[in-house]
Design a protein around this ligand. Structure first.
Ligand SMILES: Cc1cc2nc3c(=O)[nH]c(=O)nc-3n(C[C@H](O)[C@H](O)[C@H](O)COP(=O)(O)OP(=O)(O)OC[C@H]3O[C@@H](n4cnc5c(N)ncnc54)[C@H](O)[C@@H]3O)c2cc1C
Length: 385
């Protein structure tokens, strides 16, 4: 595997930020800035290629696997510059999930085959966890994998699989032991090619008319023995290890700062800017965002000092995603009739108000819903039963 030469962690934060900013300004297509939601891989492929050439596709992976080996703080700086410039997320599930999965739990053969194809963009991955009736309560999942003597036969259904219709591979959970005492104990982790016979992908059109959410059906899908990651029946602990530590990113302030800037533009376009009633609402949102940012900066400091986020991560995620929703809802209200349009209008400065509002809903569901995060806070901070 190719080792990235530069030790970015040795740079000062300012020098690193400037380098990333210069790169984004030179290479991120201006026409793709500040788009709603995640753009399809076909659209962001060129940007992915630029990042791949520079060795910047995988900020968190260790350098010996072709990643940048960035410290958490440098990763946050990079993500923040991308957010400030309105860069869409690229097809990053392979980078965010499959790579860390294989680096930590994969065999050398799995690492050697899959990691370079993620870095080059040849393989796009999706994540097959959720099922009908198994979302927050993921351990109740029913898709099963049965050992057939040569490998595994997988049958069942996944749902809400983001961008399965753009992916070649799915990393997924399936039940391999129905007799285990706890539902968490009988689950295994698999890597499944989406062109295998028996796989059917059905896109779900959502309110914003995007169709990159999918149902994925597995009908007696045969995969070889080396499709298993880690030990059989130990998939739950692997999943838990992968999901930890990302809430600082989900709680980052940039999304709400960007939304507040859009709200200002809409208010100016429709003549609300300066009206006392609107300005009072705006001031409340801006003050809440300033509060949130203080909490976020405190979280950053803790990480910078080598600590880990505990329940603050849940608090940041709930606060940021719910604030983004409130800002987007205010934009719909003040935009009047333009707030209901599925497209943009020059009456609101070409901002897609309704699409922003619909997109803001998602953050309070994925990565652990607000209710589930509040349960964490109730137990870990308030010590409620
Ligand atoms: C934008 C987006 C992208 C996604 N991408 C993927 C993906 O790529 N792959 C994938 O596998 N999944 C994906 N998901 C699915 C996501 O993980 C689930 O939607 C999420 O886990 C919630 O599960 P659910 O939809 O089944 O709702 P449920 O778990 O049924 O929850 C329904 C409601 O009940 C509440 N609730 C549930 N349990 C509790 C509890 N114990 N206490 C209090 N309230 C509770 C929830 O907060 C929610 O309001 C995505 C979801 C979104 C919105």
């Amino acid at each position: 595997m190719i080792e990235t030469a530069t030790d970015y962690n040795a740079m000062t934060d300012d020098a690193f930020r400037t380098m990333v900013r210069d790169f984004v300004e030179a290479h991120y297509p201006p026409a793709l800035r500040f788009q709603i939601g995640q753009l399809p891989h076909s659209v962001t492929r060129g940007w992915y290629g630029k990042l791949a050439e520079r060795g910047w596709v995988a900020p968190a992976w260790p350098r010996e696997y072709g990643g940048m080996g960035l410290s958490p703080i440098k990763r946050i700086i990079m993500a923040r510059v991308f957010d400030e410039h309105g860069c869409s997320r690229y097809a990053d599930n392979g980078v965010m999930m499959t790579g860390p999965l294989l680096i930590k739990f994969g065999t050398p053969a799995q690492q050697a085959y899959f990691l370079p194809k993620i870095l080059s963009g040849e393989h796009v991955w999706c994540q097959g966890y959720s099922e009908p009736n198994s979302g927050s309560d993921l351990a109740s999942l029913r898709t099963e994998a049965v050992w057939n003597g040569d490998g595994w036969t997988i049958s069942g259904q996944k749902i809400w699989t983001s961008r399965a219709n753009q992916a070649q591979w799915c990393h997924m959970l399936a039940r391999t032991d129905k007799t285990a005492a706890k539902p968490q104990d009988g689950i295994s982790y698999f890597l499944v090619p989406l062109d295998a016979p028996g796989v059917t992908i059905r896109p779900i059109k959502i309110l914003s008319m995007q169709d990159d959410f999918c149902e994925v059906f597995f009908d007696q899908v045969k995969v070889p023995a080396d499709a298993l990651v880690g030990e059989a029946h130990h998939g739950w602990s692997i999943t838990k290890a992968l999901m930890g530590g990302e809430r600082l990113f989900l709680g980052a302030s940039a999304q709400s700062f960007n939304a507040l800037a859009l709200l200002r533009q809409i208010a100016r376009a429709v003549g609300s800017w300066g009206e006392p009633v609107f300005m009072e609402r705006y001031a409340r949102l801006a003050a809440d965002l300033a509060d949130h940012n203080s909490l976020y900066e405190a979280g950053l400091e803790k990480v910078r000092a080598g600590g880990e986020l505990g329940p603050e991560g849940a608090m940041l995620k709930v606060h940021q995603t719910e604030m983004y929703k409130r800002i987007a809802a205010t934009a719909v209200e003040i935009a009047g009739p333009y707030g209901g349009l599925s497209g943009a209008s020059d009456a609101v400065n070409e901002i897609q108000v309704a699409a922003t509002f619909l997109a803001s809903m998602a953050g309070t569901i994925y990565g652990g819903s607000s209710e589930v995060q509040r349960n964490i806070l109730a137990k870990q901070v308030l010590h409620l039963p």
